[in-house]
Design a protein around this ligand. Structure first.
Ligand SMILES: [Zn+2]
Ligand SMILES: [Zn+2]
Length: 223
């Protein structure tokens, strides 16, 4: 017997060969709850996965320019129901919730380069202590590829008090934490959400400067 981790309703025991043999995860939520996770489908920006009328490179990506980030893959659109679920994920402190995304994120991760190593976006020490886990790291673990932690978040009291506009224009978010051998590495940044692209681009630029051969990103949500 199992219960949906979102609505706590009783779930009919689902049996498939994949579940029996342990290759498919046991669903964490009931069908109606899982349907609230809006997968990105149809035409999108070929570089950042933003849903579009037609497949092309969006204006934001043109502004960022080529050469730093190869592309961003995302799993879900930022709909109201996805927002609701993400708020639970962030603030309930329930690492269990990552099970919701496991199957979908692994399906998208099949598009990653074979030799890719994952670089989760770090939280500041303060945020990590407050939350108890780093959601980006949990997502990276669900993808089941080697994980590197070369980034460290630069914290300043002022950072959180700044408006979004100031933050966009503002100083660096990360530094390299130690001498990691990144020369020639194929890296994929992992984060929960891609909004303006600022976080991912800042991280990508550092990794590229440290010698990474290519950097792309996989984010759960395209905001
Ligand atoms: Zn449910
Ligand atoms: Zn784009």
């Amino acid at each position: 017997m199992s219960w949906c981790i979102l609505c706590h309703g009783y779930m009919q025991e689902q049996v498939s060969w994949g579940i029996l043999f342990g290759t498919d995860p046991v669903p964490a939520a009931c069908e109606p709850c899982l349907e609230k996770l809006t997968k990105i489908s149809g035409p999108r920006c070929s570089r950042c996965s933003r849903p579009m009328e037609e497949e092309r490179v969006c204006g934001d990506c043109e502004r960022w320019g080529a050469g730093v980030l190869d592309r961003n893959l995302s799993v879900y659109s930022y709909t109201d129901s996805v927002k609701e679920i993400m708020n639970l994920y962030k603030f309930r402190g329930d690492a269990e919730l990552v099970r919701l995304f496991e199957t979908d994120i692994r399906t998208v991760a099949k598009q990653l380069p074979k030799k890719a190593m994952l670089v989760p976006i770090p939280l500041s020490i303060e945020r990590l202590q407050e939350r108890g886990f780093n959601q980006a790291e949990l997502l990276a673990k669900a993808i089941r590829r080697p994980i590197l932690l070369p980034l460290e978040r630069i914290t300043s009291e002022k950072q959180s008090k700044k408006s979004r506009r100031e933050r966009l224009a503002g100083g660096p978010l990360f530094k390299l934490s130690s001498d990691h051998l990144l020369q020639g590495a194929v890296l994929v940044i992992v984060d929960d959400i891609y909004t303006t692209g600022n976080t991912v681009y800042q991280a990508a630029r550092l990794l590229k400067d440290a010698g990474a051969a290519s950097v792309s990103s996989l984010t759960l949500i395209r905001g």
